[in-house]
Design a protein around this ligand. Structure first.
Ligand code: GLU
Length: 447
């Protein structure tokens, strides 16, 4: 059987064995065809059935999360942890608390995480978890009780050398605090390295909060540099207004760019003067309000509940909200308005059709598994600090993060050059991430 037939076969098998998991299928379809030239050069990975093994998680945990809300009513949610691949290190990846979470979503995220984590060059395997719980609609006390119930079950599967969760959508410092408190209580161990994204006061790393957004901008800057361009003076749109978007905005402004639009699930704001970051942080982080409150407080800013942020003209667009938020129509609008680079701060925010449009228009495209790897990379740096009972300065940590992002960028380009064209960052990221994992899996035997 030839290589492309083997890949098609692996994909067909994945679809058959994981029915209804559309996002997982999409994530696999993004990776598998890119592996054709790599597998043609490495038939030993075909013999070892590395692709088939990679597509099957090592372990999948699904559990009931019962808890009592503020009215005294019993609530039942579903918790997940997919421990996808441990060839390069302990399972590593965030927890997402959002009503849309199901097994297919967790698998897509976990599958991407394998390659992303491999690209960082740090010793972390791939995993992801979460629950169909909506912290936005809940009081602090409810979030605490939910986190305690979630960890009461999950703790038995975790450990600093086994599986190390962190945050993702709906899981920030507050949730990590409650999760860590319960882990410590039920295990009777202050095992700092079992969770990352902790506050700096008790085992967290400086720059972890900023890392995903900063890293995405750093990666984009490297892409722009290959065409002799910079952020300075450029107009930028960034979807989302969570942790990733906020620190992406901060970094773009520091580099002299101007972010003129951001969003949440209710709509988007356009602020031609440039987003006022202090106000945005106050609205979203302190007051936990909708983005419309930003426009109400800021003269000249306009809120839209309809339409798409990607219709706003820009030279660089950074989708930093959620999967499949940037579709074909959005990509067409971006190209028409002269966009030069798009990099994914979120996980899989561009649909395959959108990526095709951008690539055909020769727009620089940074796929999430490379462009947003700064978050998990800094989590791995947090694990290093925990293992050494040490704490690095902000400047030291940010310098390490910047070096990782530069390396990821170079690796993507050189690998893409070897197997296709240097500007094809998606090919480079998939091939380079795969090669690192495949080499380790082959060496570790059939396990
Ligand atoms: N959820 C983040 C991601 O998608 C971070 C994971 C981590 O820090 O473990 O990569």
């Amino acid at each position: 059987m030839d290589v492309s037939a083997r890949i098609e076969d692996a994909y067909a098998q994945l679809v058959r064995r994981n029915p209804g998991e559309a996002e997982f299928h999409q994530a696999a379809l993004e990776v598998l065809p890119a592996l054709e030239p790599v597998l043609a050069a490495h038939p030993e990975y075909l013999d070892a059935r590395i692709v088939e093994r990679l597509c099957e998680p090592e372990r999948q945990i699904i559990f009931r999360v019962p808890w009592v809300d503020d009215r005294g009513v019993v609530q039942v949610n579903r918790g997940f942890r997919v421990e996808f691949n441990s060839a390069l290190g302990p399972y590593k990846g965030g927890l997402r608390f959002h009503p849309s979470v199901n097994l297919g979503i967790v698998k897509f995220l976990g599958f991407e995480q394998i390659f992303k984590n491999a690209l960082t060059g740090l010793a972390i395997g791939g995993g992801k978890g979460g629950a169909d719980f909506d912290p936005k609609r809940r009081s602090d006390a409810e979030v605490m009780r939910f986190c305690q119930s979630f960890m009461t079950e999950l703790h038995r599967h975790l450990g600093e050398h086994t599986d190390v969760p962190a945050g993702d959508i709906g899981v920030g410092a507050r949730e990590i605090g409650y999760l860590f408190g319960q882990y410590k209580r039920v295990t009777n161990r202050f095992e700092a390295g079992v969770l990352t994204g902790k506050p700096v006061g008790w085992g967290g790393s400086y720059a972890r909060t900023e890392a995903t957004g900063y890293g995405t901008v750093h990666f984009t800057q490297e892409m722009l540099r290959t065409r002799g361009k910079r952020f300075d003076g450029r107009t930028v749109t960034i979807s989302g207004s969570g942790n990733v978007a906020i620190y992406a905005i901060e970094k773009v402004h520091a580099l002299g760019g101007r972010v003129v639009a951001c969003s949440d699930s209710f709509g988007y704001v356009v602020d031609e003067k440039g987003i006022d970051l202090d106000l945005l942080k106050e609205v979203k982080e302190d007051r936990r309000e909708r983005i419309s409150a930003y426009a109400e407080a800021r003269p000249g800013a306009v809120f839209s509940a309809r339409g798409s942020l990607f219709d706003v003209p820009c030279e660089v667009a950074l989708p930093c909200a959620t999967q499949n938020e940037l579709d074909e129509q959005s990509a067409i609008a971006l190209v028409k308005n002269g966009v030069q680079a798009v990099a994914e701060g979120a996980n899989m925010p561009c649909t395959p059709e959108a990526v095709k449009i951008l690539r055909e228009a020769d727009v620089l495209f940074g796929p999430g598994k490379a462009a947003n790897a700064g978050g998990v990379a800094t989590s791995a740096l947090e694990m290093q600090q925990n293992a050494a009972r040490d704490r690095w300065t902000f400047a030291q940590t940010e310098a390490r993060l910047a070096a990782v992002m530069t390396d990821v960028h170079t690796l993507c380009r050189t690998t893409a050059d070897r197997y296709g064209s240097p500007d094809d960052y998606a090919l480079g990221a998939n091939a380079a991430g795969f090669l690192r994992v495949a080499e380790a899996m082959a060496a570790q035997g059939v396990v």
